[in-house]
Design a protein around this ligand. Structure first.
Ligand SMILES: *Cc1c(COP(=O)(O)O)cnc(C)c1O
Length: 388
C-alpha cells in the first residue's frame, strides 16, 4: 500500500522534469501541459530567472520569523498594492489560508467598527470553490462539511446568477459577499462586468464588504492582473495564491486600509507566511509579469488560441457546445463526458483538467507560444475526431 493518505485519485503519470510548457517522464515521453499544476506554474517549468533568484536567496537565508523585519516581504507587499486596490497584504502559504484570513478580517471589521456580535454572515454562491479548511469548506457550501461532524454558522450559499435571491438574502447581519470573479473548479464561469458592478453597488448600499477570491483567476490569468479589473470597481478584500510564486507555496490576502486597520498585533499570523525564500520568488514572478512584452504576448496568444477553439467548437458541435473563459483560463463545455475528453487528450500527450458542469479546463502557462497553441489545437481536434 501507499503510505500517502489516499485523498487524491492519482493517474499513473510520473513526471521527472519540466521545461517551459512541457513535462517529461523519465523515459523521455513529453506532455504539453495545459494544466500548469492547476493555474500555478504560469511562467512554465524550470524558468531560469526564477531558479536563479530562488538559489540566490536559498544561499543567503531561507526563513526567519515574522517577528523580524523582512525587507523583501515589504517590497513584495508594496509592489502588489501598486497593482490593485489594496493597501495591506497578509502573506500565508495557500489559497485556503488566504480565505481563512479574509473570513476573519471581514467578521472582525464589524466587531471592531460597530461592536456588532451578529453582523457576521458571509454570502457565497453555488459552484464556488474556496479551499479545504473547515472555514473554506463552509464558504464553498455547507454540504461540503457532510461527513465531518462539523457545523459552521454564519454562511449562506445562494444560487449563482440568481439576482433576486441575492437581494432578498441581504440583511443587517450580512458582513460580506465572497465570490470568484471567474469560477475555476465550478466550470470556468465568468462573472459578467455588470454583475461585478452590481455587487459593488449592493455592498455599498448595505454596508457589506466585498471579497473577491482570485486564487485561481488572478495574476494575469484572465488577461488582467486581477480578473475583477475587467470592471472599474474594487473589492474590500481579495485572496490570491496559486500563480503568485509559480509553485513555491505562497498565498496573500489583500485589503483596503479601512478594512485592514482592524487587524492588530496578535489577531492573525503564520509561521512560514511570506518568509524570505517565498517572497524572493514572489518578487521574481512580478519582475517577469510586469514586463510590457509579457502582457503583449499573452494578449496575442490568448486571442489566437480562443479563435482556434471557436473554430473547433463550430466544426464539432457534438463534442464541444461552448467555449468559456477569458485570457488563458478557458473551458470547453463538453457534449459527452468531460473526463473521457481529458483522458483522450492525455493519450495524445496533452494535459488538461476536469472542472464542474461537464467542462474541460485549459490553464496553459501564460508564456505559451503560437506554435504550442497550434499543437494544442491539433490535439483537441483529434480528440473531437475520435468522437469525444
Ligand atoms: C485552489 C483554490 C483555492 C484553495 O487553494 P489551496 O492552495 O489549495 O488551499 C481557493 N480558491 C480558489 C478559487 C481556488 O481555485
Amino acid at each position: 500500500m501507499s503510505n500517502v493518505l489516499p485523498t487524491y485519485p492519482r493517474s499513473n503519470l510520473t513526471f521527472d522534469y519540466g521545461e517551459g510548457s512541457y513535462l517529461f517522464e523519465a523515459n523521455g515521453d513529453k506532455y504539453l501541459d495545459f494544466g500548469s499544476g492547476i493555474a500555478v506554474n504560469s511562467l512554465g517549468y524550470a524558468n531560469k530567472y526564477l531558479n536563479e533568484k530562488l538559489m540566490d536567496q536559498a544561499n543567503k537565508l531561507w526563513h526567519v520569523s515574522n517577528v523580524y523585519q523582512i525587507p523583501e516581504q515589504e517590497r513584495l507587499a508594496k509592489r502588489l498594492c501598486e497593482t490593485c486596490f489594496a493597501d495591506y497584504v497578509f502573506f500565508c502559504n495557500s489559497g485556503a489560508e488566504a480565505i481563512e484570513a479574509a473570513i476573519k478580517i471581514a467578521r472582525r471589521y464589524f466587531y471592531v467598527t460597530e461592536g456588532s456580535l451578529t453582523k457576521n454572515e458571509i454570502i457565497t454562491f453555488s459552484g464556488s470553490f474556496h479551499g479545504r479548511t473547515i472555514g473554506a469548506l463552509a464558504a464553498g457550501g455547507l454540504e461540503k462539511l457532510d461527513g465531518f461532524n462539523t457545523s459552521v454558522p454564519g454562511f449562506k450559499q445562494l444560487q449563482y446568477n440568481d439576482h433576486e435571491a441575492l437581494e432578498a438574502a441581504v440583511s443587517k447581519d450580512t458582513a460580506a459577499i465572497l465570490i470568484e470573479p471567474i469560477q475555476g473548479e465550478g466550470g470556468v464561469s465568468v462573472l459578467p462586468v455588470e454583475c461585478l458592478i452590481g455587487l459593488r453597488k449592493l455592498c455599498d448600499e448595505n454596508n457589506i464588504l466585498l471579497i473577491f477570491d482570485e486564487v485561481q483567476c488572478g495574476f494575469l490569468r484572465s488577461g488582467k492582473m486581477f480578473a475583477h479589473q475587467w470592471a472599474d470597481i474594487e473589492p474590500d478584500i481579495m485572496t490570491t495564491a496559486k500563480a503568485i510564486a509559480n509553485g513555491f507555496p505562497l498565498g496573500a490576502t489583500m485589503t483596503s486600509k479601512k478594512v485592514g486597520d482592524v487587524m492588530h498585533h496578535g489577531t492573525h499570523g503564520s509561521t512560514y507566511g511570506g518568509n524570505p525564500l517565498a517572497v524572493a520568488v514572489g518578487n521574481a514572478v512580478l519582475d517577469i509579469m510586469q514586463k510590457e512584452i509579457f502582457l503583449e504576448n499573452l494578449k496575442k496568444v490568448s486571442s489566437y488560441f480562443l479563435a482556434g477553439l471557436k473554430e473547433i467548437s463550430n466544426k464539432f458541435p457534438d463534442s464541444i457546445s461552448e467555449i468559456r473563459g477569458k485570457g488563458l483560463i478557458l473551458g470547453l463545455k463538453c457534449m459527452k463526458d468531460n473526463l473521457k475528453f481529458v483522458e483522450e487528450l492525455r493519450k495524445q500527450k496533452m494535459l488538461t483538467i476536469k472542472a464542474g458542469d461537464n467542462v474541460v479546463r485549459l490553464l496553459p502557462p501564460l508564456t505559451l507560444s503560437i506554435k504550442e497553441c497550434d499543437e494544442a489545437l491539433e490535439k483537441i481536434t483529434k480528440a473531437c475526431n475520435s468522437g469525444y
